[in-house]
Design a protein around this ligand. Structure first.
Ligand code: BGC
Length: 764
């Protein structure tokens, strides 16, 4: 049975998002919302015919190029979308040529739909031209999941009340821009028997790109013309249209870069020559999506908006995760926007990765391998700052070198530039990445990857901590001073509990991995000892840090101080600011915010969440309750970071605060569909999408990972009658079909393999 939810902008059915009215004021946010992709590239939902101020964008993952101030960014690639329809007069001699465009004439019907099942974007239009000719136009497009180098468009054209000539032009626009900056130099272009091609190269990184395009027409007699305007090769066709008769135009595009092949243009032309028609390509794409959803779908009954929106968030992750490339990760704004310039943060490992880990482990492996490939950059960063080992970039791109901009420029002529300290101080990422690598290993049992790649990440990042901590002889404690914790409202703090505990946890695991390696793969252990200069003294040093690192924790109440001196800061009652529409930092300014007990996003609570599977400090029920009571009211959850709400949803759910859990969950869930932070135009909030998955599975599903595999202890929100999903654990699928009122549900084919388990958890 199909259910339907509605909002200001959309109708949500099980799999389909429908927009029934075009609002030019939301042009850019909707371009993001209607993004399609296939893990290789993402294309924003701009219109085929263009629109004034539109920002069409296609990002191929890994195609970075240099840019001032922010070092490097994903280069917007040549636009494959242009498909222009021109309604001519009744004879070739008549001069009236009316080009279909939404800002002229009259829109009599407008339905834009994204079908998540197959990544298919379509638009149904009835348009009356300024001279009064009415035509039905139905556009469709997809980026093939079956063959990542293939992009397809189709257009059905049906004149409603006229006979006459119609011209269709399909082009590749070789002049894409990143906010005014063109990364491409033209190399060549041309035509073949199949159509047109274009060759471009990024200016600095010198990545070559080859694209080919062909067009086919059915339902009318027409031939193809080729025009090779520089940088804008175009195929066009003109036919005599008859009222009420439908003609179909297909445009197929192929695309390669020198990241995959030495000869991208030949590869694009070659592929084009052997492609079947649109319908066959669509079928292959549908089959590929069917397989993906088999593993990754979540079915929710009883809440149609959530049912659709959860799938929407998963879809956005699925089209951003590379299937065939382990040298790329997922940028914070996925492949759907210019925000953060395509840079990669902890967002991937901590927020997005779990979804892949439990439903598409091969993609999770690729994402983590990206960090392995970037170890040389992380080592350069450590050396630069005077530390040892690997110091991962807060913002990372192709090489792993630090690409967080040093300065954010002032907003007006006289505004001060703002120093961004995250590159120097937000070092918790150095434990977050090992945390994810460890979890990948635990969940998949992939010893091969751990010995070849994971161990090197975990050990070299641990060596960094060994050189970063300071021993305070007065306190007889190790400290980590001068950091930014998860909460970026406080920019220079000592002994942030999150950083200290994550570093401690990481060192514990580093020792476990080191010992496991020595026992199971002694040759690899020796190899790494030599390469990383890993000594028995280092191991002893780690043990010492584990034993003596400082935590500001009151064992009688379980209250943890976020960092040294936090409780001495001026307190704040966020209720006094009710009705605001901005973050507390925007209201108070950076300096002043530093002085208050106001938090951008869960920090201590984030730590409790990440440690919930660990039997040790600080996770226990009392700690959760106490710290929730203290920190949740001081967290700028609605206007701080978009990473916060999903985490609060999980913990509120654990605390049986169901209404609150659902409320913050919906903030996360609808962040892009409803643009509730006003910045969807910058791109999809990837971390929020990953947080949504975790909130559904670990929050409402109450999944806990036991030694026998995942077990559910669900607390479904009001209205949800059913929650169904699959999890992959140690090589087996576990199906969960949870119903309201059910306390525990586990249907599992998992057989516990004790010996293996023990090896994988050596120190537990
Ligand atoms: C958040 C970070 C996050 C970054 C990218 C910031 O606003 O505070 O935690 O990594 O955005 O999403």
């Amino acid at each position: 049975m199909q259910t339907e939810g509605r909002s200001r902008h959309f109708i949500y059915t099980d799999w389909i998002l429908t927009e029934t009215q075009f609002d030019p004021d939301q042009l850019h946010s909707k371009e993001t919302v209607f993004t399609i992709g296939n893990g290789y590239l993402g294309t924003k939902g701009s219109f085929e015919e263009g629109y004034p101020h539109a920002l069409p964008a296609t990002f191929i993952n890994g195609v970075y190029d240099d840019v001032p101030v922010v070092y490097t960014e994903l280069a917007n690639c040549p636009d494959w979308l242009p498909l222009v329809v021109i309604v001519n007069g009744e004879s070739p001699t008549e001069t009236l040529r009316e080009r279909f465009r939404l800002d002229q004439g009259e829109i009599l019907r407008y339905d834009r739909q994204l079908d998540l099942r197959y990544g298919l974007l379509s638009r149904y239009l009835r348009w009356r031209s300024p001279s009064g000719k009415t035509i039905d136009i139905h556009f469709e497009r997809f980026a093939s999941l079956a063959d990542q180098h293939v992009l397809a468009q189709r257009c059905h054209l049906t004149p409603v009340d006229f006979d006459g000539l119609i011209e269709v032009q399909g082009s590749i626009n070789g002049y894409p821009e990143n906010q005014g900056f063109n990364h491409w130099e033209g190399l060549d272009q041309g035509k073949t028997d199949q159509g047109i091609w274009l060759q471009r190269r990024t200016r600095h990184s010198r990545i070559e790109l080859g694209m080919g395009a062909t067009m086919r027409i059915s339902g009318a007699e027409a031939s193809l013309q080729v025009s090779t305007a520089p940088g804008y090769p175009t195929l066009s066709t003109t036919y005599l249209a008859k009222s009420q008769q439908t003609v179909t135009v297909e445009k197929i595009v192929t695309i390669f870069t020198s990241r995959e092949t030495e000869t991208p243009v030949s590869a694009a032309i070659e592929k084009l020559a052997h492609l079947p028609d649109y319908a066959t390509l669509l079928k292959a794409n549908q089959q590929a999506w069917d397989e993906i959803w088999q593993q990754s779908d979540i079915l929710i009954e009883g809440d149609s908006t959530a049912a659709f929106a959860v799938r929407y968030n998963l879809f956005q992750l699925l089209i951003a995760g590379a299937r065939h490339d382990d040298r790329v990760s997922i940028p914070a704004k996925t492949l759907s926007g210019f925000g953060y310039r395509g840079h990669i943060f902890w967002d991937t490992e901590i927020f997005m990765l779990p979804f892949f880990l439990f439903t598409q482990p091969a993609i999770a492996r690729n994402l983590l391998s990206y960090r392995w490939h970037t170890l040389p950059g992380a080592r350069r960063k450590a050396t630069h700052y005077g530390y040892k080992g690997a110091m991962f970039a807060w913002e990372s791109a192709d090489t792993g070198d630090e690409v967080t901009p040093r300065w954010a420029l002032g907003n007006d002529f006289y505004g001060e530039d703002v120093r961004i300290w995250c590159r120097d101080r937000e070092i918790h990422i150095n434990a977050d990445i090992p945390y994810a690598a460890w979890n990948y290993w635990q969940t998949t049992g992939d010893d091969e990857w751990m010995q070849q790649r994971g161990a090197e990440i975990i050990l070299d990042a641990a060596i960094f901590w060994g050189s970063r901590v300071e021993f305070n002889s007065e306190r007889q404690k190790y400290e980590i001073r001068g950091v930014i914790g998860v909460d970026e409202y406080h920019e220079f703090v000592h002994n942030n509990a999150f950083t200290n505990r994550m570093a401690q946890w990481h060192l514990e695991k580093a020792i476990a991995v080191y010992d496991w390696l020595a026992q199971k793969f002694p040759e690899r252990a020796t190899e790494l000892e030599q390469k990383l200069k890993l000594t028995p003294e280092e191991r002893t040093h780690w043990q010492d840090i584990i034993a003596k690192i400082l935590f500001l924790h009151d064992p009688s109440t379980e209250l943890i101080e976020q960092f040294e001196g936090f409780f001495q800061l001026e307190d704040i009652n966020l209720a006094d600011y009710e009705g605001r529409d901005r973050s507390m930092q925007a209201i108070l300014g950076i300096e002043k915010t530093n002085k208050y007990q106001v938090i951008k996003q869960p920090d201590i609570l984030m730590l409790l969440y990440l440690m919930r599977e660990s039997a040790d400090f600080p996770y226990n029920e009392k700690a959760l309750q106490t710290n929730w009571n203290y920190y949740a009211p001081r967290t700028d959850i609605t206007y701080g970071s978009s990473l916060g709400p999903a985490v609060h949803a999980i913990l509120a759910s654990d605390l049986s605060r169901s209404a609150e859990a659902y409320e913050v969950f919906m903030q996360a869930l609808m962040v892009d569909l409803e643009d509730n932070r006003g910045n969807t135009s910058d791109g999809i909030h990837g971390a929020t999408a990953g947080g949504v998955w975790q909130a559904v599975i670990f929050g409402f599903g109450g999944i806990q990972l036991t030694e026998n595999g995942p077990v559910a202890n669900c607390h479904l929100p009001d209205g949800w009658t059913r929650l169904k999903f699959k999890l992959h654990w140690q090589g087996k699928w576990h199906d969960f079909d949870l119903h309201k009122g059910q306390v525990t549900s586990l249907r599992s084919e998992f057989k516990i393999q004790n010996s293996k388990f023990k090896i994988n958890y050596p120190h537990k």
